[in-house]
Ligand binder design. Structure first.
Ligand code: ZN
Length: 330
């Protein structure tokens, strides 16, 4: 089974609907997921443009609405909110979706909004995307460490506590270093990085420091390695499957393979084929090393060549995420 802890599905569906394309889950994603053995997808609610709190909120609701609308006419895929629903989906051969809010912008200054997102099915919370918001500071797409010393703002700390009470797991991908230290201190539940690589191999604030890798593992959390070339290597030529496997090796050597999963962050479909993106003034190459989930076996073959046993490979492909979410989503 393949599990992928980061796909900007909400954004893709809203974009498609705007263009008059409907049944995207049914006609595009499901045939592929079923053929490729994709059993679990974390569907992110990613909000790209800076707007008012209320505008962010409306945009987030619109993504959830779009997903719900698509789910109504699609068989074989189901939104899951807890471990028993995940298990049921798997038993029935369905692809499970878990909803994640990628950045607390729609929550604004009202922590109670987290409860409303919870009521709509959100079970994972990234406090910050790679920018400052009312909860904290994001890790930028460059290696300058500019905001690393800043911790979470009071609103961010309140959200970590509230998430713990609700049973929402905190995602530190995109969070700056100081924020990660605060999550480490405050989180009663394991926390995770859905789609990040290692700063050691690709120095960039957006990737994980050794301290954060250690803290995630110590909390019982997980790291989804990101197939987005800009986070893997400095140039498109060096961003290869082997370079992606190097990040897995680094985490495996530092902590253990059972902490590793996939967070592929597939971009090419969503970006419409543009091969560069500018985030926060920094232009990064936006190529997917694995073009879609059908390329996962090639990545697993690279791991096999490097001596990963079957249990480790199956774990990284999907079992580790499945076990983690099944255990901690109540
Ligand atoms: Zn992201």
């Amino acid at each position: 089974m393949i599990a992928d802890a980061h796909l900007d599905l909400g954004l893709d569906l809203v974009n498609c609907h705007r263009k008059g394309q409907h049944h995207v889950l049914k006609e595009y994603y499901m045939p592929r997921w079923q053929a490729q053995g994709v059993g679990l997808i974390v569907a992110a609610i990613y909000l790209s443009t800076e707007q008012s709190d209320e505008a962010y909120r409306q945009a987030a609701w619109a993504q959830i609405d779009a997903l719900e609308q698509e789910l109504r006419d699609t068989e074989g895929v189901v939104l899951c909110a807890n471990g028993s629903q995940l298990e049921k989906a798997r038993r029935e051969g369905k692809t499970a979706l878990i909803l994640s809010l990628e950045g607390a912008e729609p929550i604004g200054e009202d922590p109670g909004m987290l409860d409303e997102f919870y009521a709509r099915g959100v079970r994972l919370l990234g406090i910050c995307w790679s920018r400052e918001n009312k909860a904290g500071f994001g890790g930028r797409y460059d290696p300058n460490g500019e905001t690393d010393l800043f911790g979470l703002k009071p609103m961010g700390k309140e959200l970590v506590r509230r998430a713990g009470k609700l049973g929402v797991l905190v995602d530190v991908s995109h969070l700056n270093e100081g924020g990660c230290r605060d999550v480490e201190q405050l989180s009663e539940l394991p926390f995770f990085a859905s789609h990040s690589n290692t700063r050691a191999l690709r120095p960039m604030d957006r990737n994980l420091s050794d301290d954060t890798i250690d803290a995630i593992a110590a909390s019982g959390g997980m790291i989804g390695i990101n197939g987005y070339s800009g986070l893997v290597a400095a140039t498109p030529e060096t961003a290869t499957i082997a370079a992606l496997a190097d990040h897995a090796d680094y985490i495996r050597n530092r902590v253990e393979a059972s902490c590793i999963g996939l967070g592929l962050d597939l971009m090419e479909r969503i970006s419409g084929g543009d091969d560069t993106f500018t985030y926060c003034g920094v232009t990064v190459n936006a190529l997917d090393i694995l073009h879609d989930h059908s390329a996962v076996p090639a990545f697993l073959a690279e791991l096999e060549k490097r001596g990963y046993n079957k249990q480790e490979r199956d774990g990284i492909a999907g079992e580790n995420w499945f076990t983690f979410f099944k255990k901690w989503l109540k």
